[in-house]
Design a protein around this ligand. Structure first.
Ligand code: ADP
Ligand code: MG
Length: 916
């Protein structure tokens, strides 16, 4: 390139240049580009070789390339050496072109005497080395790509003129043969840092308006995408391979070439018919210099990246396809094959002529190369020509294409942008760390606040303490002062007193009193004594006052506690009263219940009997018609309460029926008749006046027979009632006993269910118990046992009769013991009656209670029972009776008994019970 000696007349559009030579050229700003003239033999266009790929200084300005810098498409012409065939075939002919590289001119021989001269940016002879071609044609563009500009290197020419040789030669056999692609990548790899920058490559073929991926043959119809904003063209569907070293790039090119060959075989075409496109994307990060900006400003500035794209295009052969004619394509196919190339020619024409419309959209190639011609890329075109005069036509058309391309002006733009992604990533990290820092600071803040609060509290309490101390000291000081001044006052006072005394003395002397010095001395102690006495009196008065106060206080306390006590007592009294009332009511209710019970029993009994009578009324045609009619109205109140019994008209009955007849009915076959008869007899027996008559008539025997022979409980009940009535008479008692009455009554009791039956039986036995003569017999025949056995039913009426019997028996025994006929323990006690007595002594039922109390008193009369009574606890019941019994006579009886029995007295003394 230093060989250039160009005038630089056409360099004005390149702006500033790197080399001194370029700078020199730029200084000469002559006329704008001329229209090239094929005819002119003068220099039409001159340019320095360096200018071909000169990078605009805008690349250093870093203005993002928005405005862009004008940059013409650079065109070099390369002549292929004669090949073997041409050596022979064209041996007698001169080459069709003559090159003048030093003036960058090409002379096209029209005929032996006429030539057309053309000026190019670079003229490369058949001797030009691959290295030189790279440096002149490609290197400036590659450097631009590394600086962040898009770049295009393209070869245009007839098939076989060396396009592929120039661009794609791998140089595996001879390194000197390496073409532009290989050298470009070598340069790029040498320049970039793979740590921060990246290189990626796509390799494509365009054939019959179809873009095929040479790195992935399956990918055979790749879409071209244009960014409507930036106008950038991309092929998102193309395989993009990252390149990290030259070797992998060479492999990739080989692979692409192999695929291209395979694809073209399949399509039955030659590679000369297709366009090969290599795209190299270079992404470089700019090292942002730390310029002392603040941390924030620096971190907010996104890193800069420059993205340069190098496009290397090995165009299809520029010869007209119709001329080759060897491939058997139809005309339509031929049109399609050449469409892209002819469209490129049209676009370049339009651009060269500054036409308002450039038909970029007419073909895929022109769409792909939109940036390369009239766009923002830096573009270098190599037109390849052969020397053979036989191809003069094609060579001429190639030269004309090149000439037109030289007129195409691009606005080169720097492809620099901010990397917002990495900025945002970095900012996120920063934000996180700031958040953490903020949290820590907040915690520290809270801690600090806490610390200050605690400190403040401490200070406050400290101040309070100091204040209290000071206060105390002050108080103490004042007290001391006070004591001090009191002392002083006292001293003054005594001084004054003395003075006064002295004055008095003096006065005394004056008035002629004989007060010796001795006498003077005796007055002072007297005065002191007086004041001492005064003090004592005062003290006493104080003490008295304090004592009085104390007394008053205690008095008040006393009144208070008294008041409380009184209110408490009245409350207790009230409760006591309530309790008493409750107890009384309870007792009343219980009594009522018992009465109601009895009444209920009586009513049900009466109802039962009345019902039976009514049922039988009229149907019974026995001889006792009058009896029946009478009996139907019968009631047996006498049995319940003989005293209040409604007296039946017995006299009338006797008159009508006769006792014998009634008694005979007791043995009647009809049970009902027997029942009625026994009721009548019982009613009669309730009258004392009838009793003897009944017994004499054999009524007692008949009644006892009924107990023995019938099982009817009603008969048992009524019969027992009658027997009980009869048993009130002493003679009858003996009769009953003689006729085995005890036994009969015992078995009746044992079988009875009805409490009233038991009541009658118990009543009968109780009456027998009152007979002094029958005591032993009664007991031995099981009378007492039968009596005690009946308590099982628990009915108060029965219990009352049992208690009565026991009391009667005990009375007889006590009588016997008083008369001295009784020795040893009571038969009652022997039969176990005592424990029942003690158990029931506290009963609330008055009827039972009276009998039990009497029984206890009678038993206690006999000293022989005393031990047993102590043992069974009966003594306590006696004590209770002697104190609480409402009947005065029983109370005094119990008392007498207790006090007259040595055993009881001993026991009571032992237990320190005072019965007085
Ligand atoms: P095209 O790609 O334009 O059809 P090629 O690059 O295939 O042409 O070249 C055709 C032949 O010419 C190849 O054998 C190539 O090696 C040879 N050739 C092309 N240019 C040169 C050159 N400058 N020096 C030596 N041989 C060349
Ligand atoms: Mg080729």
């Amino acid at each position: 390139m230093s060989t250039s000696s160009g005038t630089g007349s056409a360099n004005h559009r390149n702006g500033t240049h790197r080399s001194s030579l370029r700078a020199q050229s730029s200084a000469s700003t002559s006329a704008p580009a001329h229209k090239p003239s094929l005819k002119s033999k003068t220099v039409l266009r001159k340019s320095s070789p360096a200018a071909l790929g000169s990078a605009p200084s805008a690349s250093k300005s870093g203005n993002g390339g928005d405005s862009g810098v004008p940059g013409r498409v650079r065109v070099a012409v390369r002549l292929r050496p004669r090949n073997g065939e041409e050596m022979i075939a064209d041996a007698d002919f001169a080459d069709c072109v003559e090159l003048q590289p030093e003036v960058k001119r090409l002379k096209l021989r029209k005929n032996n005497w006429d030539t057309d001269t053309f000026e190019f940016d670079e003229v490369l002879t058949e001797y030009a080395s691959q290295k030189r071609v790279y440096e002149v044609v490609a290197k400036p563009v590659v450097e631009g790509v590394l600086d962040g500009y898009n770049g295009t290197i393209m070869a245009y020419g007839q098939t076989g003129t060396g396009k592929t040789y120039t661009l794609g030669q791998l140089g595996e056999e001879d390194v000197a043969d390496r073409g532009i692609m290989v050298r470009a990548m070598e340069d790029i790899l040498a320049q970039v840092s793979l740590e921060t920058d990246s290189i990626s490559v796509s390799y494509l073929q365009l054939y019959m308006e179809t873009v095929q991926d040479l790195l992935d043959p399956a990918n055979d119809n790749i879409a071209i995408v244009e960014d409507p904003k930036s106008g950038d063209v991309s092929l998102p569907g193309a395989t993009l391979v990252e390149i990290r070293d030259q070797h992998s790039f060479l492999e990739l090119l080989q692979l692409g070439e192999a695929h291209r060959f395979a694809a073209n075989t399949k399509l039955n075409t030659e590679s000369s018919r297709s366009h090969a496109i290599l795209m190299v994307h270079v992404r470089r990060s700019l090292k942002t210099e730390s310029n002392g900006n603040s941390h924030m400003t620096k971190s907010l500035k996104p890193p800069l990246v420059r993205k340069g794209k190098l496009v290397v295009v090995d165009l299809a052969g520029s010869e007209r396809i119709s001329k080759s004619g060897s491939e058997g394509h139809t005309l339509e196919e031929a049109k399609s094959i050449n469409l892209s190339l002819s469209a490129l020619g049209k676009c370049i024409n339009a651009l060269a002529e500054n036409s308002s419309h450039v038909p970029f959209r007419d073909s895929k190639l022109t769409r792909l190369l939109r940036d390369s011609f009239g766009g923002t890329a830096r573009t270098s075109l190599v037109i390849t020509i052969g020397p053979s005069p036989r191809h003069r036509g094609e060579t001429t058309s190639t030269i004309m294409f090149g000439q037109r391309a030289m007129k195409v002006e691009n606005m080169v733009k720097l492809k620099e942008e901010f990397d917002y992604k990495s900025l945002s990533k970095r900012l996120e990290v920063q934000l996180d760390s700031l958040i953490e820092e903020n949290e820590r600071q907040q915690k520290a803040f809270v801690d600090e606040i806490e610390r200050i609060t605690v400190e403040a509290h401490n200070q406050i309490s400290e101040a309070e303490k100091r204040y209290a101390n000071a206060l105390e000291e002050e108080k103490q000081r004042y007290q001391n002062d006070y004591v001090e001044s009191i002392k002083k006052l006292e001293e003054n006072w005594s001084k004054n007193q003395k003075k006064l005394a002295a004055e008095r003395l003096a006065l005394g002397e004056k008035s002629g009193l004989d007060i010796t010095s001795n006498g003077n001395r005796s007055i002072a102690p007297a005065l002191e004594e007086v004041s001492e006495l005064k003090r004592m009196v005062q003290k006493e008065a104080q003490l008295k006052m304090a004592a009085e106060e104390e007394v008053n206080r205690l008095k008040l306390q006393l009144t208070e506690s008294k008041r409380v006590e009184v209110s408490g007592n009245s409350e207790i009294m009230r409760l006591h009263k309530m309790l008493e009332t409750e107890t009384q009511q309870k007792e009343k209710l219980e009594e009522e219940i018992a009465t109601l019970h009895t009444q209920l029993l009586q009513l049900s009994l009466t109802a039962d009997e009345t019902r039976q009578n009514l049922e039988r009324h009229g149907s019974q045609k026995t001889s006792g018609g009058a009896l029946d009619s009478f009996m139907s109205q019968l009631k047996l109140p006498q049995l319940q309460d003989p005293g209040n019994a409604e007296k039946p008209p017995v006299a009338k009955l006797f008159e009508q029926v006769g006792l014998q007849k009634i008694l005979s009915l007791l043995e009647a076959d009809d049970a009902d008749v027997r029942i009625h008869a026994v009721k009548v007899v019982a009613n009669l027996a309730a009258e004392e006046a009838n009793q003897q008559q009944i017994v004499e008539a054999g009524g007692l025997t008949s009644l006892l027979m009924l107990l023995r022979n019938t099982e009817d409980e009603t008969i048992h009940r009524v019969a027992a009632g009658a027997i009980a009535n009869l048993a009130m008479n002493e003679t009858n008692q003996e009769l009953i006993m003689d006729q085995g009455g005890i036994d009969l009554l015992s078995s009746t009791a044992a079988n009875a269910q009805d409490p009233q039956t038991l009541r009658m039986v118990a009543g009968a036995i109780a009456n027998l118990c009152g007979n002094d003569k029958l005591q032993t017999k009664l007991r031995s025949e099981g009378g007492i046992a039968a009596l005690l056995g009946m308590v099982r039913c628990g009915h108060p009426d029965v219990l009352a009769q049992v208690a009565r019997g026991i009391a009667n028996f005990a009375k007889c025994e006590s009588r016997a013991s008083t008369q001295g006929t009784k020795r040893g323990k009571s038969l009652l006690i022997e039969d176990g009656a005592l424990s029942w007595i003690v158990q029931n002594a506290k009963t609330e039922t008055t009827a039972i209670k009276r009998h039990i109390e009497l029984a206890l008193c009678h038993l206690a009369q006999h000293e022989g029972n005393a031990k047993e009574m102590v043992k069974e606890g009966a003594i306590w019941e006696l004590v209770r009776i002697s104190r609480e019994c409402s009947r005065e006579d029983i109370r005094s009886l119990a008392h007498r008994t207790l006090t007259s029995s040595p055993t009881f007295l001993t026991e009571l003394r032992r237990l320190r019970v005072d019965i007085r």
